[in-house]
Design a protein around this ligand. Sequence first.
Ligand SMILES: [Fe+2]
Length: 294
Amino acid sequence: MAVSRLGYIILGTQNPSDWETFGRDILGTMAHVNDSGDVGLKIDDHPFRILVSESAQDSLLSTAWEVDDLDAYESILKRLSDGRAEVELGTDADAAKRCVSQFFRSTDPAGNGFEVYHTRTNTGEPFRSALDVPEFVTGEMGMGHVVVPAPNLDETRTFYETMLGLRLSDDLTMPGGPEGAPDIRIYFFHAENPRHHSLALFNQPVPSKIVHFMLEVSNVDEVGKCLDRVNAADIPLMATLGRHCNDNMLSFYAFGPGQIPVEYGFDGYQLDLETFEPTVSTKGDHWGHVYNMP
Ligand SMILES: [Fe+2]
């Protein structure tokens, strides 16, 4: 039994309203503010795919993994409890805030928060971007992907494989930059859907608990238009336009509010779950993606 897709993420940030503006004016998302002041960024028929809560530190608070029914939910919950992971059942109030029927939360061995839920309540409100972004690529493939730190890389990999049923897509090793810097190693995982990776684990510590998250659009021009908006607003890039090798994503990376990096991409590779074999690679990009790390 495996999780089906990445449903949403929860960010903590000093000023959630910055994300409302960034989402609406730069990314092309819709934004709703709930009674507690949390900002939900909506990119499809789901009520939101990114929830931004006020927090002293800008960071990723949680990923949230969707399963298709109560049976899958209960079996993953049991597996975690049997594996002695600390699991906390979500309250009705917190489930309502997330627009889900039931959820539980836990942390992976690297200390990254995650949740598992089933049954999203949709409001029926259609997605309409004020910037006329026609759509984001979601549906059965979920919101996009997220990359989190895991200095205890292999322990964390085993946890996601055995507990959530994620499967390895690619094992990437690259030189770490200046002479003597440790190699960068990233494990990329897919859930039970064709998106090449929904989660990746990065082998070095990152205080914000997020390396980046990715949203995918269905047209290359939407990547170009978003890049124009980023440049016009003088928002710094974390990486220039480029195309990744492993998931073929044509994308750029910009720093969102609180320095949280967002990848905005098109043309992600969709794998065949029946026949796909994980790859080992030593090259991140076909071209571009010149990084400007903080
Ligand atoms: Fe990415």
